[in-house]
Design a protein around this ligand. Structure first.
Ligand SMILES: *Cc1c(COP(=O)(O)O)cnc(C)c1O
Length: 354
């Protein structure tokens, strides 16, 4: 049994893997991989996968759920195209690689981007706080959890402007107030399901109001809401497994219970990082992510020794992102507390050996 701290595609509950495997062989007599997406059996899956998102996050009325392909990366473009209004201006917060990607793609489709807050000066090791939200822009965009650096917004920007968020790596990990947002998007493979599906939570009011001269049908959220995510072939298997995972989440106490478990996991690991002299955190303490815990050795020359120890304990996926180095323990919903304990025990043993 491995302990998977990988950043994504990531661990899902073992029961979900099992049920998904069963459906590959037998989903009402066919394989889930060969069933028509228009068949009533799959339409029921899609309906449930949408309903369970609403249930898990207490999505208020006036919002729709959409499952698309293209990852959060296409979400950067979809967000910009669908939120563009008269001014064609938008305010973005730059907290690292994914936020920068969203900025780049918004510019490509003609948004005049105002980066009004950024943590680039310190290599994205903190969440900007004392910023002024610009007025006279169409929308504000930010990235709630910075998967690569290990920083996370603990409170969201307060604004009356339409608020858009890339929540790829912390959606369903804690309670949120969906009513604060006009658009939320998230690649499935960090907390929701296997790679292939991208989730959109859309305020219906925003639909059909884009001022972009270029809006391909596939990138128009209005189309997908009207067609209930069946405008074209949806990522059938990914949606099916996401549905199983959401059932599992709700059966295990829902997002609130998950938040408590995630807090316990994060506390356990951060306490070890802070008390063990051989380790140090990689980012500002108050902005630490509960999902992606980044840390460094105080003595880099001992990396090979530490690497051999955690690998020997069955841990996988611990090296930091290639752009930042160090270590990153991604602790998505399905990662058990026991796996975190295994890592902490390895860190303690490493210190004991001195
Ligand atoms: C992983 C990730 C992305 C990229 O997602 P893809 O599904 O690979 O396009 C974007 N934003 C955040 C916050 C991520 O963690």
């Amino acid at each position: 049994m491995k302990h998977n701290f990988g950043a994504g595609p990531c661990i899902l509950p073992q029961e979900v893997f099992k049920e998904a495997a069963e459906a590959v062989l037998d989903f009402n007599g066919l394989s889930i991989l060969e069933v028509s997406h228009r068949h009533k059996d799959f339409v029921a899956v899609m309906d449930e996968a949408m309903d369970l998102v609403k249930k898990a996050l207490n999505v208020p009325s006036g919002y729709s759920i959409v499952y698309l392909q293209g990852g959060a990366t296409l979400g950067f473009t979809i967000a910009a195209l669908n939120m563009m209004r008269e001014t064609k201006k938008a305010g973005y917060i730059n907290t690292g690689t994914w936020a920068s990607g969203a900025i780049k793609e918004a510019k490509k489709v003609g948004v005049d981007v105002n980066v009004f807050a950024s943590s680039e000066d310190k290599n994205f090791t903190y969440i900007p706080k004392n910023y002024t939200i610009p007025s006279g822009v169409d929308y504000i965009h930010f990235t709630s959890n910075n998967t690569i650096y290990g920083t996370q917004f603990k409170s969201f920007p307060k604004t009356d402007l339409p608020l858009v968020c890339d929540m790829s790596s912390d959606i369903f990990s804690k309670e949120i107030n969906v009513a604060d947002f006009d658009l939320i998007y998230a690649g499935a493979q960090k907390n929701l399901g296997p790679a292939g599906a991208t989730l959109y939570i859309v305020k219906d009011e925003i639909l059909g109001k884009s001022t972009s001269p270029f809006l391909p049908t596939y990138l128009d959220l209005k189309q997908h809401v009207e067609k209930e995510s069946m405008y074209n072939t949806p990522p059938v298997f990914s949606v099916y497994v996401a549905m199983l995972n959401l059932r599992n989440l709700i059966a295990n106490g829902g997002v609130k219970a998950m938040e408590d478990r995630n807090n316990a996991k994060a506390t356990l690991l951060y306490n070890e990082i802070d008390s063990n002299p051989l380790f140090k955190g990689a980012v500002e303490t108050e902005d630490r992510s509960n999902m992606n815990v980044t840390f460094l050795l105080t003595d880099e020359s001992r990396a090979a020794e530490f690497d051999a120890m955690w690998k020997g304990a069955g841990i996988v996926g611990l090296p930091g992102h290639r752009s930042v180095g160090g270590y990153r323990a991604s602790m998505y919903n399905a990662l058990p507390l026991e796996s975190v304990q295994v890592l902490v025990d390895v860190m303690k043993e490493f210190a004991r050996k001195g």
